[in-house]
Design a protein around this ligand. Structure first.
Ligand code: SF4
Ligand code: SF4
Length: 309
């Protein structure tokens, strides 16, 4: 027998939003769990491209669980609403790390965001459950789910030309946490903002990876330095980035002035040198990868990115 579905009043929706903001999230918005046909068409085209092109298996994970990605009900029975939470991860303390010979993307400087946000998302879900006795599930890039699509649909931001979700009020240096709920909640409105005539990110990308609202993943430095398992021989201009890349966000007017993180855990690890000047030894690599997204790459891959940048 299916669980009973509760419909929440608008006042209750605002109570949940306040719970999220009080917990330190920068925004919290609601949408339904339907996926439009044209989005499914884009998804299928993207999967077909990966199927044909992914010789190095860097993105082959995306081809698993295709049916679940198309149907959020397979992630939570009787799901009615999607709560999208945004948390800015840029910190003041990150500033000295951004101008060295070699750079890490900002999100790699602090603790692994999956660990931080899973915990905070579950704490919030417990509060929602205590108030409204519901069922829910927290996702932080941990299940096949169209995070960016639902984030835009919820109105937390709009699609930028660099394919990232951009909040009109706090830019794009934020992570998305999703809470699926079996509560029926009136969806929020989409964001009324866009890139206008700006093309800063297209001009700033050294890899030429941005093609009008989409990124060629195989050209992007993030893929080259994280997803791809390949050890490269030839050099590539990555603007000095050796793990991920922030160049197309650094130039975005919506990131100026930058918004700052509310969560202490996003502050840079004291183990990471502010100025990496060349290949690092194994002992340092073991220290910096602890509780960090850096553990997604091997020691050899990390130094290969330094040697070929
Ligand atoms: S992350 Fe870097 S390489 Fe990738 S699209 Fe943005 S600027 Fe280009
Ligand atoms: S840099 Fe300009 S074009 Fe690129 S995402 Fe930001 S506003 Fe849009």
């Amino acid at each position: 027998m299916k669980d009973e579905v509760h419909s929440l009043r608008i006042e209750d929706k605002e109570v949940i939003r306040k719970m999220a903001l009080d917990a330190g999230f920068h925004d919290a918005r609601f949408t339904d769990c339907l996926i439009e046909d044209h989005t499914i068409e884009h998804l299928t085209a993207y999967e077909n491209r990966i199927q044909k092109q992914d010789a190095n298996n860097g993105l082959s994970w995306f081809l698993k669980y295709k049916d679940i990605r198309r149907n959020p009900h397979m992630l939570l029975e009787n799901v009615q609403s999607v709560l999208i939470l945004a948390s800015v991860y840029h910190t003041k303390e990150a500033e000295p790390y951004l101008h060295g010979r070699y750079c890490l993307a900002r999100y790699a400087l602090g603790k692994d965001y999956h660990l931080i946000l899973k915990k905070k998302g579950n704490e919030l879900l417990k509060k929602i459950n205590d108030a409204y006795s519901c069922k829910g599930r927290v996702l932080v890039d941990t299940a096949p789910f169209l995070e960016k699509y639902f984030a835009v649909k919820s109105g937390i931001g709009f699609y930028g030309k660099n394919s990232l979700v951009i909040s009109p009020s706090f830019g794009s240096f934020f992570h998305i946490t999703v809470i699926l709920l079996n509560l029926s909640i009136l969806p929020d409105h989409p964001a009324f903002a866009d890139c206008g005539s700006c093309t800063n990110c297209i001009a700033a990308c050294p890899a030429g990876a941005i093609q009008h609202y989409s990124i060629d993943p195989y050209l992007c430095t993030s893929y080259r330095t994280i997803e791809s398992k390949e050890i490269f021989c030839e050099k590539q201009n990555t603007g000095g980035y050796i793990f991920g890349c922030d160049l197309c966000q650094n130039v975005c007017p919506y990131n100026r002035p930058p918004a700052y993180a509310n969560f202490e855990e996003y502050k840079p690890s004291s183990e990471i040198p502010t100025n990496i000047t060349g290949p690092i030894d194994r002992e340092l690599f073991e220290r910096i990868k602890k509780e960090s997204v850096i553990q997604r790459v091997s020691y050899e891959k990390f130094n290969n990115s330094i040697n070929t940048t």
